[in-house]
Design a protein around this ligand. Structure first.
Ligand SMILES: Nc1nc2c(ncn2[C@@H]2O[C@H](COP(=O)(O)OP(=O)(O)O[C@H]3O[C@H](CO)[C@@H](O)[C@H](O)[C@@H]3O)[C@@H](O)[C@H]2O)c(=O)[nH]1
Ligand SMILES: [Mg+2]
Length: 238
């Protein structure tokens, strides 16, 4: 059987972003002649994201789009854990649904993974010609600070620990997730640190992260506090 890529898309108020993203994912995979599906994990978005998701099922088919909602806003980390149960592919891609991660980078992720048989390929904003566009200074500092802190303390040797545009072998993702405790944004960093501790190989693709056009970020002060706690507990345990 051929490869199949399952894209887990966590959504909270992404009704304006979801259709064009799914359209581009379909286009990308069709042109590459690769089998794909999208697993949408929506946390009861009040903006009607789920209505849109159901329309997308009508357009692209239930074999390509799964809607796996949850009852309330339960956090970004646990959204991936929830989505993973429904995945039918042997590779999993996680990405944001607000266009900060562009589908056009996916063929590059896939090619790099295949070339070296990497367990994980991660997008990086902080190496090569990767970058961030549209963030204010404060948000840039938070992101840089978060990466600097975790790299210095935990030394996983990955240039972008908090990014969430990644490709995993499905079994590898399941194994790492089974050991990961974080519920919010800190999840990405913990996943990388645990991946390294388990001896998995990681490749990097420079990406340009462009801040969302529609809607707003859900990163708040509590996520930053949870991140600091996460670094500390990993420092003690890994
Ligand atoms: N289901 C669900 N989805 C969520 C939740 N919180 C956020 N999301 C979804 O997760 C994605 C990222 O959320 P944003 O709020 O757009 O994050 P950001 O501020 O742009 O942060 C980005 O950069 C961070 C730092 O690098 C990353 O840590 C983060 O994952 C993301 O890539 C979006 O698709 C958003 O709808 C949640 O509680 N539940
Ligand atoms: Mg965003």
């Amino acid at each position: 059987m051929g490869d199949k890529y399952s894209i887990i898309l966590p959504t909270y108020n992404e009704r304006k972003n979801l259709p064009i993203l799914v359209y581009l994912l379909d286009k990308t995979f069709r042109e590459a002649k690769i089998d794909w599906e999208v697993v949408i994990v929506d946390d009861a978005s009040p903006d009607g994201t789920q209505e849109i998701a159901r329309k997308l099922i009508d357009v692209f088919g239930a074999d390509h789009i799964q809607l796996r909602p949850r009852a309330g806003k339960l956090g970004l980390g646990t959204a991936y854990v929830h989505g993973l149960q429904f995945v039918t592919g042997n590779y999993v891609i996680i990405m944001d649904a607000d266009f900060s991660h562009h589908p056009e980078a996916i063929p590059e992720f896939i090619a790099l993974q295949k070339k070296h048989n990497y367990d994980i390929v991660t997008g990086t904003r902080y190496a090569g010609n990767g970058g961030v566009y549209g963030w204010d200074l404060k948000r840039k500092l938070v992101s840089r600070g978060a990466n600097f802190l975790a790299s210095t303390v935990l030394r996983p040797n990955v240039s972008d620990l908090t990014g969430s545009f990644r490709l995993y072998k499905k079994d590898v993702l399941a194994k790492i997730i089974s050991e990961t405790k974080s519920k919010g944004y800190v999840f990405q960093m913990e996943m990388m640190v645990r991946a390294r501790a388990l001896g998995f190989t990681v490749g990097e693709v420079p990406i340009n992260f462009v801040d969302r056009l529609y809607g707003e970020s859900k990163l708040g002060g509590d996520e930053i506090f949870q991140y600091l706690k996460g670094v500390l507990s990993l420092f003690v345990s890994v």
